[in-house]
Design a protein. Structure first.
Length: 135
């Protein structure tokens, strides 16, 4: 049987690999690893790992969830970079508006894989993720 902690650490490791941080991923996935390696990106916090575990993803849901959230985070940072380079007027407002659209897509995609009982934990996860991405 796969533990929730194991799924959470696997999730973090997969996200780190997706962002080219394989060394951190290996540390996060190692047996007996701490809840989070010390030098994770600032948006990967112990609170985010706990929130991930609270969703109680099944082994079947986990890779799908990883992909959806990974796609969101990648699109989020790409959008910020694009808008910053473009010199958009009211940059903060533009970023908030475009991010709402990205979050809406993530919500739709996640809604297709989570059960009704998992959605409250996902809503908390999303708040923790948002806080990490928008310090």
């Amino acid at each position: 049987m796969v533990s929730r902690r194991s799924i959470g650490l696997t999730f973090v490791a997969s996200l780190l690999c997706a962002f080219g941080l394989a060394a951190f991923a290996e540390e996060a996935a190692a047996p007996g690893a701490a809840a989070a390696p010390a030098q994770l990106p600032p948006w990967v916090t112990p609170e985010l790992i706990k929130a991930t575990q609270a969703i109680n993803l099944t082994p079947e849901q986990n890779p799908k969830f990883q992909q959806i959230v990974g796609d969101y985070v990648t699109a989020h940072f790409a959008m910020i970079q694009k808008e910053s380079k473009r010199g958009a007027p009211n940059l903060d407002m533009t970023i908030r508006s475009k991010d709402k659209s990205l979050v809406h897509k993530m919500d739709e995609d996640v809604g297709g894989i989570l059960t009704k009982d998992q959605l409250p934990a996902y809503e908390n996860y999303k708040k923790v993720l948002h806080a990490g991405l928008h310090p």
